[in-house]
Design a protein around this ligand. Structure first.
Ligand code: PMP
Length: 353
């Protein structure tokens, strides 16, 4: 038989992002965005941005943004890598560090992009089952592997693991890189960033998409010891030099510097989360773990999640539903404004009553 070009295609099953509906008066609680605008200083910089600057390529090193992050987190500029959202940073990290014949490890219930990157880069992987309360068992990760990745807090469960669990995994894996995906850490407990000086195999990845209200600008970053960051930059410059646009660099610098606003937004979202969790509890919802991100993972013993998801959608309230295994009766609900959460609770109070 003649060979076909189709035999040479890299065929993959892609990741499915949450939908981006655009209905008037919708309540959008399906992709863990921040309900508040970016810092007012970001608006001023955007308003004053001179389009003539767009004639020129941006700084391939995005040095201004790297420096702002280094200063904010008290690390060296050679310890910071920036990318087009943390998805870009994570994808480069997979390509750079997960290059072994041994499988990489991640939890069985986690960010559904991990198996997709593993497949596209042909990285073998093995999943480790979470416990009854969606907890990570550190001892599961103490076996030969080609790398480890997990989010903290985990998605979509919203469970935060204590730093002692994180450290146990890093310690048990001194011969592989451990990536801690901290997309939601600002809504939870202490970050693994404090462990970076101790462990040369730790990479911490964070994003501007959630706590800094800039999902649409696409900025993510990784912090680790200089050797890890250099390896990522070598791979990055072997694919695309100019990833960070001029606008992303300028607005990113400004967002990092607007610390007061950033902290106020986080406190507001945490307070709204506490209120919503109490209301959901009163309505009979259950949580396998304490919600610790800017989203809540909840199940109702009487109302199947899929039917609830559909009813909410009809009412123009968008949440996320994953029809898979142990989590098929859960809804993932992003924490919106107080008003949005009131409307959600009002709807749930009348549901099937
Ligand atoms: N990690 C986790 C666990 C996430 O849920 C997300 C959001 N989908 C990301 C990374 C990527 O976010 P972004 O690319 O917007 O930084």
């Amino acid at each position: 038989m003649m060979s076909s070009w189709k035999d040479n295609i890299r065929s993959v099953v892609p990741y499915t992002p949450g939908e981006q509906p655009n209905q008037p008066h919708m309540i959008k609680l399906n992709t863990n965005e921040n309900p508040y605008p970016p810092a007012p200083e970001v608006k001023s910089v955007l308003d004053g941005f001179d389009p003539d600057k767009l004639r020129l390529y941006p700084d391939p090193k995005a040095q201004a943004l790297v420096d702002a992050l280094a200063q904010y987190y008290h690390v060296g500029a050679d310890q910071v890598f920036v990318g087009v959202g943390s998805d870009d940073v994570l994808s480069i990290a997979f390509l750079t560090f997960f290059n072994s014949d041994k499988p990489i490890f991640f939890p069985d219930i986690t960010y559904s992009f991990y198996p997709v990157w593993a497949d596209v880069y042909k990285i073998p992987y093995e999943t480790k089952p979470l416990g009854e309360h969606f907890e990570i068992h550190a001892e599961d990760y103490a076996a030969p592997n080609g790398g480890v990745i997990f989010p903290n807090p985990n998605a979509p469960t919203s469970r935060y693991e204590d730093l002692s669990v994180v450290e146990e995994i890093i310690k048990a894996n001194r011969d592989s890189v451990v990536i801690v995906d901290e997309a939601y850490i600002d809504f939870a407990g202490p970050s693994a960033l404090s462990l970076v000086p101790k462990y040369d195999n730790l990479l911490v990845v964070q994003t501007f998409s959630k706590s800094r209200s800039m999902a649409g600008m696409r900025i993510g970053y990784a912090i680790g010891q200089p050797e890890l960051i250099k390896a990522m930059n070598d791979v990055h410059y072997s694919i695309n030099s100019y990833t960070m646009s001029r606008l992303a660099i300028e607005l990113g610098v400004c967002a990092v510097k607007s610390e007061d606003y950033f902290k106020q937004c986080i406190e507001k979202i945490k307070a709204t989360r506490t209120w919503t969790v109490e209301q959901l509890k009163d309505l009979g919802f259950e949580f396998a773990a304490e919600p610790s991100a800017n989203f809540i993972f909840a199940a109702h013993p009487k109302y199947p999640a899929e039917a609830l998801f559909t009813a909410l959608r009809k009412a123009n309230i968008y949440v996320r539903y994953f029809n898979t295994g142990r989590i098929s009766n859960y809804l993932r609900i992003t924490v919106g404004t107080d008003e949005e959460m009131h409307r959600l609770i009002e709807f749930l109070k009348t549901y099937k009553n």
